[in-house]
Design a protein around this ligand. Structure first.
Ligand SMILES: Cc1cc2nc3c(=O)[nH]c(=O)nc-3n(C[C@H](O)[C@H](O)[C@H](O)COP(=O)(O)OP(=O)(O)OC[C@H]3O[C@@H](n4cnc5c(N)ncnc54)[C@H](O)[C@@H]3O)c2cc1C
Length: 458
């Protein structure tokens, strides 16, 4: 690899907490750090907060309930309340805890950050860390101003891919034991849907809906979906490709009447590594072509969709799993299935192991059995130590790239858990800056107590 030298402009300001990646975990981390009184900056590659939730249009917060109690509270509750006040959020009577409008979510997160005194720098990519031993002294980013050096006391890597931690030398794992990642998807919004008629049609086809405002329908080959014959016809007619039926799912979007958010298409199996630039680019192209096929199929076969139109492609490819740091604690499948708890817990989870593998691979979706985890009031915990990458003294890594095995990550990766991990990382990072601590110096039991005092269910 060649090295080149380019001018780097040093930003004169110095932050206490710098969050790289303003996504699901990062936005909450920044809000949490700023509320704790730390001078906080969040650097984000795109032009809005919320990451996979907003820019990849993953519009339902997946239900994470145990014994009738939602396990993620604290900042997540405040976020939900703000969304519902604006009619950008809603509770589905039959299932998911919160469905949201991705555009509303962008606004609410941004307002919560600014109200807390935090700052954001959009359209800015992390490039490289500058190290002093195990300490990240600064990061170099790239944006319209060129290469810029940003300095802070403590860094939170919420890039979803552990970009900062890995480039700073932290050990990591990626994919399953063969290196295969979970499948990528490109989501899209379909507008102009007559949801009354679509709802009646789905009822006739064996998928009755709660109401035309709360629709959820699906088809996956060989999983017993009543819609499968329609998809078979679509393939026979050449409107669809076989793989377009690997995963198909639609949801209503609060505050967007006549719009359905699709959790598909799943992308070509060979497009597997969401942390690889060429793959990501090809995934966007592959996804757009598949969306074109799906829309033509929906217009022809689904009543109520005849006059529908593409409202938007998700700006970000939906990436479920890439690099995961190896941290002070590596959360495992056993921890989940045997409901392990920890004194330094920062989050509780009851979402199951949920692995979307490219077609032809085993799909492990553990929802029932005799193990302790399958009791309706069961949960396991995630320790603060799972956010601390080995070998670095002032970096925390919340979100889907926290320290967990492939199977364990598939359970903890859902959005509300990313919120809770982000909230904990933000508070811990603020303490580090204010008390001159390294991340390992934070008392995890005290952190848990402080999160509880802020409303966490811990
Ligand atoms: C298709 C799909 C469907 C899903 N369905 C659900 C669901 O129904 N419910 C649910 O709760 N969860 C669901 N999930 C899981 C969940 O959405 C994600 O695991 C979670 O949002 C990840 O959060 P994160 O903060 O780790 O990463 P992200 O939210 O992706 O945040 C990472 C942020 O970092 C930014 N970034 C990345 N690299 C850089 C860089 N180098 N420089 C600057 N910024 C950078 C990105 O732009 C992004 O904003 C789904 C995921 C996918 C992909």
């Amino acid at each position: 690899m060649e090295t080149i030298s380019l001018p780097i402009h040093t930003e004169p300001r110095h932050w206490e907490v710098l969050v790289v990646g303003g996504g699901t975990a990062g936005a909450m981390a920044a809000i949490s750090a700023a509320r704790a009184g730390a001078r906080t900056l969040v650097v984000e590659a795109l032009g809005a907060l919320g990451g996979t939730g907003t820019n990849a249009q993953v519009t339902p917060l997946m239900r994470n309930v145990s014994g009738g109690v939602n396990l993620n509270q604290g900042l997540t509750n405040q976020l939900k309340r703000r969304l519902r006040e604006r009619e950008d959020g809603a509770i589905d009577p039959g299932g998911n805890d919160n469905w949201f409008n991705p555009e509303g979510m962008k606004y609410v997160l941004e307002q919560m950050l600014l109200e807390a005194g935090g700052e954001v720098l959009y359209h800015t990519h992390f490039v490289a860390p500058e190290l002093e031993g195990q300490r990240v002294r600064a990061i170099v980013v790239h944006n319209k101003n060129g290469l810029v050096r940003l300095q802070a006391h403590t860094f939170i890597d919420a890039t979803g891919d552990a970009d900062l931690a890995v480039r700073a030398g932290a050990p990591f794992q990626a994919g399953d034991e063969t290196g295969l990642h979970q499948a990528l998807s490109l989501r899209f919004l379909l507008g102009g849907v007559d949801t009354e008629r679509l709802s009646a049609f789905l009822r006739r086809w064996g998928q009755p809906q709660g109401s035309p405002q709360f629709m959820h329908f699906w088809m996956v080959w060989d999983k017993g979906s009543s819609l499968e014959p329609l998809f078979r016809q679509g393939v026979a007619e050449g409107l669809l490709w076989e793989r377009d039926g690997d995963y198909f799912q639609g949801f209503s979007v609060p505050g967007m009447p006549g719009v359905i958010s699709f959790n598909c298409p799943r992308l070509a199996a060979e497009l597997n590594d969401g942390a690889e630039a060429w793959t990501l680019s090809r995934a966007q192209v592959d996804g757009r072509a598949a969306i074109e096929r799906l829309i033509r199929f929906l217009q022809k076969y689904f009543e109520g969709c005849e006059r529908s139109f593409l409202a938007s492609y998700a700006p970000m490819v939906g990436v479920r799993e890439t690099r995961r740091i190896v941290g002070e604690y590596l959360l495992s499948l056993e921890d989940i299935l045997y409901c392990r708890t920890f004194p330094d817990a920062i989050c509780r989870n009851h979402y199951p192991v949920d692995i979307h593998t490219p077609r032809g691979q085993k799909l492990l979706h553990e929802r029932s059995g005799n193990l302790p985890y399958f009791a309706p009031d069961a949960y396991h915990e995630i320790p603060y130590r799972s956010l601390i990458p080995l070998g670095l003294s002032n970096v925390l890594v919340p979100g889907r790239c926290a320290s967990a095995t492939f199977e364990a990550q598939s359970a903890i990766r859902v959005q509300q858990n990313c919120h809770s991990m982000g909230e904990a990382a933000g508070l811990a990072a603020a303490w580090c800056a204010q008390e001159g601590l390294e991340v390992r110096g934070v008392d995890g039991v005290k952190l848990r107590g402080a999160l509880r005092a802020l409303g966490a269910y811990l």
